[in-house]
Design a protein around this ligand. Structure first.
Ligand SMILES: O=C(O)CCC(=O)C(=O)O
Length: 132
Protein backbone atom coordinates (compact mmCIF):
# COMPACT_ATOMS: atom_id res chain seq x y z
CA UNK A 1 0.00 0.00 0.00
CA UNK A 2 1.29 3.54 -0.68
CA UNK A 3 3.41 4.87 2.17
CA UNK A 4 2.40 1.96 4.41
CA UNK A 5 5.13 0.76 6.75
CA UNK A 6 3.15 -1.85 8.73
CA UNK A 7 3.72 -4.64 6.21
CA UNK A 8 7.08 -3.45 4.90
CA UNK A 9 9.49 -6.39 4.70
CA UNK A 10 12.68 -5.36 6.48
CA UNK A 11 15.99 -7.04 5.59
CA UNK A 12 15.70 -10.78 6.17
CA UNK A 13 16.41 -14.27 4.93
CA UNK A 14 13.22 -16.13 4.04
CA UNK A 15 14.66 -19.13 5.91
CA UNK A 16 14.21 -17.23 9.20
CA UNK A 17 10.45 -17.02 8.61
CA UNK A 18 9.72 -19.95 6.28
CA UNK A 19 12.08 -22.43 8.03
CA UNK A 20 12.14 -26.00 6.68
CA UNK A 21 15.39 -26.19 4.72
CA UNK A 22 17.97 -23.84 3.27
CA UNK A 23 17.48 -25.10 -0.29
CA UNK A 24 14.05 -23.49 -0.67
CA UNK A 25 13.78 -21.22 -3.70
CA UNK A 26 11.38 -18.27 -3.69
CA UNK A 27 9.76 -17.08 -6.91
CA UNK A 28 8.84 -13.42 -6.37
CA UNK A 29 6.40 -12.29 -9.04
CA UNK A 30 5.27 -8.67 -9.38
CA UNK A 31 1.82 -8.19 -10.89
CA UNK A 32 2.75 -4.81 -12.42
CA UNK A 33 5.96 -3.06 -13.42
CA UNK A 34 7.78 -2.63 -10.13
CA UNK A 35 10.34 0.13 -9.68
CA UNK A 36 11.99 2.18 -6.98
CA UNK A 37 8.91 4.41 -6.97
CA UNK A 38 6.32 1.73 -6.16
CA UNK A 39 8.52 -0.39 -3.92
CA UNK A 40 10.64 -2.93 -5.76
CA UNK A 41 12.65 -5.50 -3.82
CA UNK A 42 16.22 -4.84 -2.74
CA UNK A 43 18.71 -7.68 -2.49
CA UNK A 44 22.26 -8.20 -1.26
CA UNK A 45 23.86 -10.17 -4.13
CA UNK A 46 25.73 -13.30 -3.02
CA UNK A 47 24.52 -12.98 0.58
CA UNK A 48 23.10 -16.52 0.51
CA UNK A 49 26.74 -17.63 0.85
CA UNK A 50 26.86 -16.09 4.37
CA UNK A 51 24.83 -19.04 5.67
CA UNK A 52 22.05 -18.85 8.23
CA UNK A 53 22.30 -15.48 9.97
CA UNK A 54 20.95 -14.57 13.40
CA UNK A 55 18.07 -12.11 13.07
CA UNK A 56 19.15 -10.43 16.28
CA UNK A 57 17.83 -6.88 15.87
CA UNK A 58 14.22 -6.37 16.97
CA UNK A 59 12.34 -3.61 15.11
CA UNK A 60 8.73 -3.53 16.27
CA UNK A 61 7.46 -7.09 15.82
CA UNK A 62 10.05 -7.97 13.20
CA UNK A 63 13.60 -9.27 13.42
CA UNK A 64 16.50 -8.21 11.23
CA UNK A 65 20.09 -9.49 11.05
CA UNK A 66 22.23 -6.66 12.41
CA UNK A 67 25.64 -7.55 10.95
CA UNK A 68 24.86 -7.28 7.24
CA UNK A 69 25.07 -3.63 6.30
CA UNK A 70 28.56 -3.68 4.81
CA UNK A 71 27.22 -5.78 1.91
CA UNK A 72 26.41 -4.44 -1.55
CA UNK A 73 22.73 -3.61 -2.06
CA UNK A 74 20.93 -3.67 -5.39
CA UNK A 75 17.39 -2.58 -6.15
CA UNK A 76 15.72 -5.04 -8.50
CA UNK A 77 13.36 -3.16 -10.79
CA UNK A 78 11.14 -5.58 -12.71
CA UNK A 79 8.51 -5.67 -15.40
CA UNK A 80 5.10 -7.29 -15.06
CA UNK A 81 5.65 -10.92 -16.07
CA UNK A 82 9.21 -11.10 -14.74
CA UNK A 83 10.09 -13.60 -12.02
CA UNK A 84 12.86 -13.15 -9.45
CA UNK A 85 14.15 -16.51 -8.20
CA UNK A 86 16.31 -16.59 -5.09
CA UNK A 87 17.56 -18.97 -2.43
CA UNK A 88 15.97 -18.71 1.01
CA UNK A 89 19.25 -17.44 2.49
CA UNK A 90 19.50 -14.41 0.18
CA UNK A 91 19.12 -11.19 2.14
CA UNK A 92 16.31 -9.08 0.73
CA UNK A 93 13.89 -6.35 1.73
CA UNK A 94 10.88 -4.55 0.36
CA UNK A 95 11.07 -0.82 -0.30
CA UNK A 96 8.53 1.78 0.70
CA UNK A 97 5.86 2.31 -1.95
CA UNK A 98 6.18 6.00 -2.87
CA UNK A 99 3.48 5.85 -5.56
CA UNK A 100 -0.27 6.40 -5.32
CA UNK A 101 -1.18 2.81 -6.28
CA UNK A 102 -1.06 -0.57 -4.56
CA UNK A 103 1.98 -2.68 -5.51
CA UNK A 104 0.93 -6.32 -5.80
CA UNK A 105 3.16 -9.39 -5.79
CA UNK A 106 2.82 -13.11 -5.29
CA UNK A 107 5.42 -15.52 -3.96
CA UNK A 108 5.67 -19.22 -4.67
CA UNK A 109 8.25 -21.32 -2.84
CA UNK A 110 9.86 -24.49 -4.16
CA UNK A 111 11.58 -27.23 -2.22
CA UNK A 112 13.07 -30.64 -2.90
CA UNK A 113 10.46 -33.16 -1.76
CA UNK A 114 12.98 -35.07 0.41
CA UNK A 115 13.94 -31.97 2.43
CA UNK A 116 12.30 -30.81 5.65
CA UNK A 117 9.47 -28.29 5.48
CA UNK A 118 7.66 -26.40 8.21
CA UNK A 119 4.05 -27.61 8.25
CA UNK A 120 3.08 -24.25 9.72
CA UNK A 121 3.88 -22.74 6.34
CA UNK A 122 1.15 -24.74 4.63
CA UNK A 123 2.94 -27.94 3.66
CA UNK A 124 3.98 -29.04 0.19
CA UNK A 125 1.96 -29.43 -2.99
CA UNK A 126 3.84 -32.14 -4.95
CA UNK A 127 3.95 -31.68 -8.72
CA UNK A 128 2.69 -34.71 -10.62
CA UNK A 129 4.99 -36.60 -13.01
CA UNK A 130 4.12 -34.54 -16.05
CA UNK A 131 4.68 -31.23 -14.24
CA UNK A 132 8.03 -31.93 -12.57
O1 LIG B 1 6.88 -8.09 -1.37
C1 LIG B 1 7.67 -7.60 -0.59
O2 LIG B 1 7.77 -6.38 -0.44
C2 LIG B 1 8.59 -8.44 0.22
C3 LIG B 1 8.24 -9.87 0.24
C4 LIG B 1 9.26 -10.68 0.96
O3 LIG B 1 10.32 -10.25 1.27
C5 LIG B 1 8.98 -12.05 1.30
O4 LIG B 1 7.86 -12.52 1.08
O5 LIG B 1 9.89 -12.72 1.82
Amino acid sequence: MPFWTDELAYWHQDYFYVKGNTGVVTAWIPLQDTTYVNGCLSIMPGSHKLGVLPHDLMIGKKRVPSAIFDNEIRLVEMHKGDVLLFNSLLLHAGNLNLSTGIRYSIQARYTHLDDAVDQGMGGVIPLSEGQA
